[in-house]
Structures are given as C-alpha cells and as structure tokens.
Write a protein that binds this ligand. Structure first.
Ligand code: FRU
Length: 452
C-alpha cells in the first residue's frame, strides 16, 4: 500500500479512523493524549486510542485502550475528558447505545450515558461506572447530550459541562457541579440564538481574567466570510448569563472538537481534531492508504487583543534541524529540500498587502484587510477561506506531508492538502507591499514508539 500522505509530526492512526482528542491532561510527568479511534474504520464502533509524551516530540503509542465493551457504551466509547485528582487520572466520557428498533436516534432510541473510570497508567483501568443516563438530563433534551468536560474548582468542588440538543433543536451547554465527582447537579444552561441545533464537545475555562465557553455548534448559517465550514468550533466569553459573539478557533477548512488543558507551567494548550464530519471535500488517504484524519499541532491560548490568541507550542522548535534565511524576490520560485517544514515570513514593516504561492497550488494573500487561503486541486474540494487581518509583520507556516497550518496575528488557517509524491517545499512571493525575508526550518519527524 502507498504511503504518500502519512504525516511526520502530527498524531495520526496507523490504520482506520481518528477523530476528537480526548482526556488531555498532564499527569505523572507526562502529557496524556487519548483520542476517538476506530482502527478498522467507521464500520466498527469507536473507542479511545492513547499516546503519551513528555516533550511533544517523542511519543508512545498504546493503540486502543478503552473499548466499547459494556452495556453502556456498546455502540461507541464517545468523547470525554480527564481529571487529575487524588493522584489518579479519572476519565469521564459518553457511552453511546442505539436501541434496536425503528427509531430516529435523535429524539428516541439512543442512550447517551456518562461513564467514569480511573487509571494510574492509562492502560489499566478500574471497572466502568455508570454516572448518568438520559433520565438525568433536563426533560427538554433530545437523546443527544454528550462529551463531558470535567474540572476541579477549589477544595471539594467539581464542575462538568455537557453539550446538548433540545427536543426543539436548539444547541445548549449544561453546566453541572458536584462534591464527590459521582452525583451531579445542574447549575446553569447556556444557549444563544442562531447558534445551531446541537453543541458538541464543550469546554469551559478562565484565561487572562476572562471566562470562556468553547463548543462546536452544528447548524449555524454561514455569514459572509464567517462560519463557512459545515460545523464550527469556537468560543464565547461568558459574562454572567450572557455569551459574547461566537468566534471560530480556526479560519481554515478543518478544526473540530478541540480540548484544552493546563500544562504544569500554566500554559493553556489546545489540540483539535484535524478533520470534520460530513464534509464535501475529499481525503484520499482513506482509499489509498487505509487511514484518515489526524490531530492538529498543539497550540497555546492567550487572551490578547480582545480575543483568544493562538501560537504553536514552543516545543515544536525542537523538530528544527537547520535554519536557512533568504530574501524573497518577486516572482522567483524558491525551492527547499523538505516539505515537512516550518516557514517563517517576516515583513520589514507591517504589510497590508501580499500574494504568495506555496507548494503545488496553495495561495495566501492579504488585501483590503482580508487574509485569504486559497486551495487548488490538491485541496480535493477545499476552496477558499478568509478572515479580517488589517496588516501583519509575520506569517508562520507549518507544512507537513498532507497539511498546512498557517499562523497570522493569533489566527490559524488549517487545511489538509493531498499532493502526489511531494518531497520539496516551494514558495513564490508574487507581490508584496513590503520587503519579505523567509526563514526556512526543515522539521524532523516525531519519534513514536509502539507499545503493544
Ligand atoms: C465530535 C463527536 C462527539 C462525539 C464523538 C464520537 O466529533 O461527534 O460529539 O462524542 O465525535 O466519535
């Protein structure tokens, strides 16, 4: 089987299907990265796969560690989170069950159960314990209530947020509290007009004096250059009962179901699923190489310039093997040895207008206050995405075998890209209002040790 598209520094499945990152946490000197996983593809039920790392460069891959093998999760061990407490990693997730019969599986026929288990090593787990069933959620909810994110607030207070769809097709987030992690009381419901019929994968945290509710609404209409993907992933600032404008985390084609967690040095890190369900564009790795999707590179979040500002985590600098700086000349094709790279564009002064071509047929431009990423044929149906950027002094591009993640002014544009036999990285400055230097860093691959 061909191996053209396999990523070098993104976590991806050996075979089959990967989706949401789950149970992200730092525990016992390591970062723990679980994820939704169906190694035999989507016809099999999903469980949790598992990676650990101390440095975001060297990883251990444990394969599938939580299986959909109980009465409460037999049709999928769906998404959930980790709480590090009492010296253990405690996991809360949604067990999916479809009752046999003629059901729509939205308003009837589906169980979404909250399951609890704990572990000291991520491989050996306690017995699964059932904490909540659909009978415990508010009466106006449909069967779709899932994706618990749990955290601790103070000595004996725990909080959990769940994503939900009401019987009237309104997306909501349900905030619960508990003193013992087992019995949960509903405190508050968040919703917002015109934000879809279902909210998946909620998250809730404080940052820079702000309270943030992150979630993935389904069914939001696109509005100009905003909300152009089939489903969104973004956040609102919370002020009492009020939610500020919903802002997308990523301006590209695919970033979904992210989770945030705290590193021991206080950084809030976010990792997303580098994919989306039900998209109109293609992922040829599935047919040609029997794997589909990966996770995004980890990014730090900060409250800056009135928004959540994202940067790639510092640890990725350890992947750099060399540094080459060139002044970009208009119209000249610059070819560098390796497509797996970081390319840092620095403008002499803040630039208000430029047009740059990358790789086979990707284009990025800034014009009239709008930054645009345009994909050609190698985007397999991905077309163009934009966001407001007045001017910028730098653009940072992470290019892997089959993806690009472009950082500009705290925004990110992520896209999968499928080129045949790509080895080299090329870039052309078609036009620019400012002189532009490029620093090119070839990146080495992650070291992944398989633990079986
Ligand atoms: C988001 C999601 C979650 C669910 C999981 C199942 O991508 O639909 O809401 O728990 O995927 O894999």
């Amino acid at each position: 089987m061909e191996k053209n598209y396999r990523q070098q520094y993104h976590l991806m499945p050996e075979t089959g299907f990967m989706n949401d990152p789950n149970g992200l946490c730092f525990y016992n000197g390591e970062y723990h990265i679980f994820h939704q996983y169906a190694p035999k593809g989507l016809k099999a039920e999903r469980g949790w796969g598992y990676f650990t790392t101390k440095d975001f460069v060297n990883y251990k891959n444990y394969g599938m560690v939580i299986f959909p093998d109980s009465r409460w999760d037999k049709h999928g061990s769906y998404s959930g989170s980790a709480l590090v407490d009492d010296g253990e990693m405690e996991l809360f997730y949604t067990g999916n069950v479809k009752q046999p019969g003629d059901y729509d599986y939205i308003y009837s026929g589906r169980e979404h159960n909250i399951i609890y288990l704990k572990s000291k090593d991520g491989v050996n787990f306690s017995e699964k314990e059932l904490l909540m069933t659909n009978d415990d959620y508010p009466e106006n909810c449909s069967c779709h209530v899932r994706d618990p994110k749990v955290w601790k607030e103070g000595e004996n207070l725990y909080k959990m947020i769940l994503g939900a769809r009401t019987r009237d097709d309104i997306g909501e987030a349900l905030l619960y509290s508990s003193n013992d992690k087992k019995h949960w009381i509903l405190e508050k419901t968040f919703t917002k007009p015109d934000l879809g019929y279902m909210w998946e994968c909620p998250d809730f945290f404080e940052i820079g004096g702000k309270t943030v509710l992150a979630f993935c609404p389904q069914g939001v209409d696109s509005k100009g250059i905003e909300y152009n993907n089939i489903f969104q992933s973004g956040y609102c600032f919370v002020d009492g009962e009020n939610l500020s404008k919903f802002t997308e985390f990523d301006r590209g084609f695919e970033f979904y179901a992210p989770q945030t967690f705290l590193a021991p040095d206080g950084r809030r890190i976010i990792i997303g699923w580098f994919g989306l369900p039900d998209v109109p564009y293609g992922n040829p790795s599935e047919e040609k190489e029997n794997w589909i999707h990966c996770l995004t590179i980890p990014r730090t979040l900060e409250f800056k310039e009135n928004k959540l500002w994202q940067e790639p985590i510092e640890e990725l600098k350890k992947l750099r093997t060399e540094e080459i700086t060139v002044k970009l000349e208009h119209g000249k094709t610059n070819i560098f040895p390796k497509v797996q790279c970081e390319a840092l564009l620095k403008f002499e002064n803040k630039s208000e207008s430029f047009d740059i071509s990358l790789r086979k047929d990707i284009n990025i431009s800034l014009k009239n206050g709008i930054f645009t990423l345009k994909m050609g044929d190698s985007g397999f149906g991905r077309t163009e995405r934009s966001c407001h950027i007045d001017c910028t002094d730098s653009v940072r591009i992470f290019s892997d075998t089959s993806s690009v993640e472009i950082f500009v002014n705290g925004e990110v544009f992520s896209s999968r890209v499928y080129e045949e036999n790509t080895e080299k990285f090329s870039i052309i400055l078609n036009s620019s209002s400012e002189l532009c230097n490029l620093t090119y860093y070839p990146l080495r691959s992650f070291e992944i040790t398989k633990i079986s």
